[in-house]
Design a binder for this molecule. Structure first.
Ligand code: ATP
Ligand code: MG
Length: 334
């Protein structure tokens, strides 16, 4: 369902003014309650207000990207979802539980169901790659070392990090390898929800493409829900099922890429519609064209299959008519 509301067009109430335009109702099919539900969030550091009446819902199975200018509070918003910051007002619910009301035990339990790739990579510099990836499993204090050993190698394999790197120190890794090792650690406990803060920042274009492909395949194969902050348009367009734009201390627009691009807001124009944005849009067009082709081929296959099924059924019925039971009187006696 489209809603053409643009920020600032409703003069009747301040609250309505701040509500993000609901570009497309998500989800289109029934995927259950939101995994993350942020309602009327305010974040303050002293007198500085970072978020003001911010609303955001994230559903199971999506890749939601958060974009916004530097210092607009994207990382702090992720930290709110992780229970690392406290709302000054409003609520942040993850897996249906109010995170600011969660006690230490509850928070620890919730942490086992999400993984986080921090903006700065954030591997422990004094630990080897192996020990970094093993650390969330060891914290559980429930797994024997041989199980952890196998699991670490499995995760390294999953993110395309050769086991020959297992006993290197982070300082001896390239930028791309640090990202992969950090991702392996974020996946250590097989989370449902993966948070990524600028996952491709600092990677050259080839490594960045490879990392995007990796996230795509993990999303598909593990059925992960991904919440990502990125300013990289190629990453954004290649991965996002929806984009949330953070500006003026709240989410000013949320929806599928094309719908967000159509919102009339200075940040959106400046961010998406420069030369870089145009190039990334062309890539999006190519993707759409490929997807259309794929869907058409699928439809043709489906039609051919239906036709074949129908012919088979007709043949079977026809055959059954021809093979009508022989009257008993005509059954030859032997
Ligand atoms: N612990 C803190 N104490 C005080 N101010 C903070 C703290 N953490 C963040 N801030 C402030 O909150 C604002 C938002 O920071 P945040 O790191 O979320 O920005 P960002 O959108 O992630 O920026 P970037 O794109 O540069 O990563 C900034 O002005 C920052 O200085
Ligand atoms: Mg940040």
């Amino acid at each position: 369902m489209a809603d053409s509301t643009t920020p600032g067009t409703d003069a009747h109430s301040a609250k309505a003014k701040r509500a993000p335009p609901r570009l497309t109702m998500m989800p289109t099919e029934d995927v259950g309650p939101p995994l993350v539900e942020i309602d009327g969030l305010w974040t303050k550091f002293g007198k500085t207000v970072v978020h003001q009446d911010l609303n955001l819902e994230i559903y199971s199975g999506e890749i939601l990207s958060i974009v916004g200018g530097s210092g607009t509070g994207k990382t702090v918003l992720l930290r709110q979802m992780l229970g690392l910051e406290r709302p000054a007002r409003g609520t942040v619910k993850v897996f249906g539980e109010d995170i600011s009301a969660a006690g230490a035990d509850q928070l620890r339990r919730m942490r086992n169901h999400w993984g986080m790739l921090f903006q700065q990579g954030a591997l422990y510099s004094a630990l080897t790659v192996f020990d970094n990836i093993a650390q969330p499993m060891r914290e559980l204090r429930a797994l024997p070392e041989d199980v952890i050993y196998d699991a670490v190698l499995l995760k390294m394999n999953m993110v395309g990090l050769g086991i020959e790197h297992a006993f290197k120190m982070p300082a001896d890794l390239s930028g791309g390898m640090i990202k992969r090792a950090s991702l392996a650690r974020a996946l250590a406990l097989e989370p449902q929800l993966l948070f990524l803060d600028e996952p491709t920042a600092g990677l050259d274009p080839d490594l960045s493409d490879a990392f995007v492909a990796l996230i795509q395949s993990l999303h598909r194969e593990l059925g992960l829900t991904v919440v990502m902050v990125t300013h990289d348009l190629d990453t954004l367009f290649a991965l996002s099922t929806r984009i949330a734009v953070l500006a003026e201390k709240h989410v000013i627009a949320i929806g599928p890429t094309r719908d967000v691009l159509a919102v009339d807001h200075p940040f959106i124009k400046q961010f998406f519609l420069g030369a870089r944005g145009q190039r990334a849009l062309e890539v999006l067009d190519e993707h759409d064209e490929e997807l259309k082709q794929y869907e058409e081929e699928n439809e043709q296959l489906e039609q051919a299959y239906q036709q074949q099924q129908q012919e088979r059924q007709e043949q079977a019925e026809h055959g059954a008519e021809n093979a009508a039971p022989v009257p008993l009187s005509k059954v030859p006696e032997d």
